[in-house]
Design a protein around this ligand. Structure first.
Ligand code: 5CA
Ligand code: ZN
Length: 421
């Protein structure tokens, strides 16, 4: 599927250090990719309705920083993002609103792309729809059945068979999240699971293939019969196709730790015998007035609504960057006001006349005298994506009169933080 358009990233003098980031599976902050060469990132994309709220935006900005830091360290990054363009919640929303699910998906994907462009989020190299991935899902489910890692379950009151992964065949199950079964059961149903379906071998077994029911969209499944894939297999097969085994990072919000990332990982292990990602990085939940911002609750602040009100998207970006990705937080109008003021202050500093150089000072060649604030931004981001610390460094540089080569600082703020001044 077509991705969005990315503005050019300024080239900076020198290189940043390797990124250290928090891996949910080990609970440690670690260097994920110490070497030069290539790096692979898979980020779980939107289900296209009610896009793009501040929680989504925070998630995609976090992984945008990963790409920027890796590139600044000299890595050649392959970034893959999916879009869940067919799944239960999308179909339910389309039904509720009396629109065709395909139209709802197309319009919301277009809106999401506009928002990403406005927020200066770098586009993935591969932006892949769930529907595009169906042939790979069919192959994967057939392989899992053949290996005895999956089993069919007849549709009650209908034709055909659904297919489930047999978790009892997967000793690695649970190792990504580290959760107890009790914790898993607490969220499984509300996050798309079906623990009460009669006939499942384990209540937590994830759905791999859903046989066609009347009135539901369906695709050819070869010997699986017509139907559509389960949610988790979509991300397993897209990541494996475009990144291969044991790629560097799988990312998303903390609401995806279980079941989605646990199941995608265990399915990949069942298919390849190899680990899925080397690290799992999660953005903490963004809320509104004490509750998770979510489509189901409808308590949303949308990027597009703020843009329509005339808010500068760079101020929205600064508002999000002022929060550390591992700390849950609530969106407030004050956070946005602070960001608007900060942006104006930074822009004012760049526009102001520089202090006149002493009459006997030698003329500076262009590109010389990169102020220390650039190294500070690099160091803050490389240390577990500490964007708030990077912003404070720029604040301090501005406070002391924006000394040194201002163009070099503006280029670093653009390349590393994605803020165009
Ligand atoms: N399509 C699936 C992933 S394959 C999905 O979760 N879609 S979503 O539209 O519900 O969410 C898109 C991304 O935003 C996911 O990574 C999700 O974890 C993240 N997200 C959703 N709500 C919030 C929130 N309130 N705060 C932070 N991140 C959020
Ligand atoms: Zn996903």
């Amino acid at each position: 599927m077509k991705t969005w358009t990315t503005a050019p990233v300024p080239e900076l003098t020198g290189r940043g250090g390797p990124l250290r980031v928090h891996d949910t599976a080990t609970g440690t902050v670690q260097v994920v990719h110490p070497d030069s060469g290539t790096a692979g990132l898979y980020v779980c994309g939107i289900t296209p309705y009610d896009a793009t709220h501040m929680g989504h935006a925070a998630t995609y900005l976090t992984f945008d920083l990963v790409v920027r830091v890796w590139r600044d360290a000299g890595l050649d990054v392959t970034y893959v993002q999916n879009v869940t363009d067919v799944d239960e919640p999308l179909l339910e929303r389309a039904e509720r609103d009396g629109v065709a699910w395909q139209d709802l998906a197309a319009s919301q994907i277009a809106l999401f792309h506009e928002d990403m462009e406005a927020l200066n989020v770098l586009a993935p190299q591969h932006y892949v729809g769930a529907i595009e991935g169906i042939p790979d899902d069919v192959t994967a489910v057939q392989e899992l059945l053949a290996a005895g890692s999956a089993y069919p379950l007849p549709v009650e009151d209908g034709e055909g068979h659904d297919v489930y992964l047999d978790l009892s065949t997967q000793p690695s199950f649970g190792s990504m999240s580290g959760w107890s079964r009790d914790q898993m059961f607490e969220v499984f149903s509300e996050r798309g699971g079906d623990p009460d379906r009669p006939g499942k071998r384990d209540a937590l077994d994830p759905l791999l293939w859903r046989a066609h029911r009347d009135g539901e969209p369906h695709w050819p499944g070869e010997d699986l019969g017509d139907g559509r894939p389960g949610w988790h297999i979509e991300c397993t097969t897209i990541a494996l196709r475009y990144l291969g085994e044991a790629f560097d990072i799988q990312g998303g919000g903390t609401d995806l730790i279980f079941p989605h990332h646990e199941m995608s990982a265990v399915q990949a292990r069942a298919l390849t015998g190899q680990p899925f990602a080397r690290a799992y990085v999660h953005q903490a939940m963004v809320g509104l007035e004490g509750e998770k911002m979510s489509k189901s609750k409808g308590n949303l602040v949308l990027v597009s609504a703020l843009r329509r009100e005339g808010v500068d998207p760079m101020a929205i970006r600064l508002a999000l960057l002022a929060q550390h990705y591992r700390q849950p937080w609530d969106w407030t109008p004050e956070i946005l006001q602070t960001a608007v003021a900060r942006l104006a202050c930074w822009r004012g500093a760049l526009a102001a006349q520089p202090e006149p150089a002493a009459a006997d000072a030698p003329a500076e060649p262009a590109g010389a005298d990169v102020p220390p604030v650039v190294a500070e931004i690099r160091a803050a981001l490389a240390h577990d994506l500490d964007a708030p610390a990077a912003l404070r460094s720029v604040d301090e540089w501005v406070r002391v009169g924006a000394p040194g080569n201002r163009a070099a600082v503006a280029a670093a703020v653009d390349a590393l933080l994605g803020i165009r001044l």
